[in-house]
Ligand binder design. Structure first.
Ligand SMILES: Nc1ncnc2c1ncn2[C@@H]1O[C@H](COP(=O)(O)OP(=O)(O)OP(=O)(O)O)[C@@H](O)[C@H]1O
Length: 307
């Protein structure tokens, strides 16, 4: 027997996926695989194609070409069969709008023959909304209820479309804790997010989508280290001529000095030595890897790739 034939299919396998709305290509030959217990993050600017990718992977759309496989099956053809193993945050879950949050959670655990888990409402900051109808929830509250339902059943695969958008920092951290709990139990998670810190905190691998394509793939550290780091400050007093020799490129805009460098530590050292020596105050000093906004801006400034 071929050893490969005993390998279970990956929870999520997207290969050369292309999706179109009419003549418009929203996803262009995207490929990625997610292993059990892995959290994979899809990042990208607005309209990059993240939601379309997720909607195709959960079987709401048929690809124009390429494939999406979930637990080895075609999600468009086998959506019903997959429903028990796949949870989704951020889409209509099909629950009645007139059930309360507590009733929905109880019905969900009953359907799965599980003990009631009403404490989960507290863990997603919905304890105070337990008696409120699902139809009256905000988008963010709705996503948190979806998360509570997912945690209750620990599905094989979870698709989470922007689960933390609009949450305050404490709620975001609690959501991260629950997502980590799921991956620790073996759930494969595909997460879309606008936050690089969220991807850095949670994801093994990250794909940055730009105009339908996966433009960058790797760990967050791999991706950010392929861009120049930034040092910004407002030196007081400031005489650009007096700056020490630096490895990076300097630019000044309205008194803000920006240095883009591949030698962050060495350049920072030189600047701090210079400031101490010359008695210069480095107001608003910031130093670190490129931010997601900066990476997006650089990607967007690249010409559209040829077909
Ligand atoms: N039903 C539709 N009909 C036509 N075009 C659509 C449709 N849905 C999405 N699009 C377009 O396809 C592209 C990809 O959209 P998609 O929602 O997948 O992006 P996204 O990365 O999820 O964006 P966001 O971060 O804003 O949610 C966008 O240009 C969008 O305008």
């Amino acid at each position: 027997m071929n050893a490969n034939s005993r390998q279970p299919a990956p929870p999520v396998e997207v290969t050369d996926l292309t999706c179109r709305y009419g003549a418009y290509t929203a996803v262009d030959r995207a490929s990625f695989t997610v292993a059990p217990g892995e959290l994979f993050a899809l990042l990208g600017t607005n309209g990059a194609g993240k939601t379309t990718t997720i909607e195709t992977a959960i079987g709401l759309r048929r690809p124009a070409s390429g494939t999406a496989r979930v637990l080895g099956r075609d999600p468009f053809r086998h959506r019903r069969e997959l429903a028990g193993d796949v949870a989704v945050i951020g889409q209509e879950t099909g629950f009645a709008d007139d059930l309360t949050c507590a009733e929905t959670l109880r019905l969900w655990t009953d359907l799965h023959r599980l003990a009631p888990r009403l404490e989960l409402l507290e863990r997603v900051d919905l304890a105070h909304r337990a008696a409120v109808r699902v139809g009256a929830l905000s988008g963010g509250e709705r996503r948190r209820l979806d998360l509570a339902l997912a945690v209750a059943t620990a599905p094989s695969v979870l698709f989470a479309d922007e689960p933390t958008t609009g949450l305050d920092p404490a709620s975001r951290r609690r959501t991260w804790g629950l997502l980590r709990e799921l991956t620790a139990q073996g759930t494969a998670v595909v997460l879309t997010t606008h936050y690089l810190d969220e991807a850095a905190e949670l994801a093994g691998h990250v794909a940055i989508m730009d105009r339908g394509r996966i433009a960058r793939f790797g760990t967050v550290a791999e991706i950010t280290s392929s861009y120049e780091a930034r040092i910004t400050m407002r030196p007081k007093p400031f005489d650009p001529i007096a700056l020490p020799a630096l490895a990076g490129r300097t630019a000044v805009d309205d008194g803000l000095l920006t240095i883009r460098t591949t030698a962050l530590q060495a350049d920072l050292h030189r600047l701090l030595d210079w400031a101490a020596r010359e008695g210069v105050e480095l107001a608003d000093l910031k130093a670190g890897p490129a931010t997601l906004d900066e990476i997006f801006a650089e990607l967007e400034s690249e010409p559209a790739p040829a077909n």
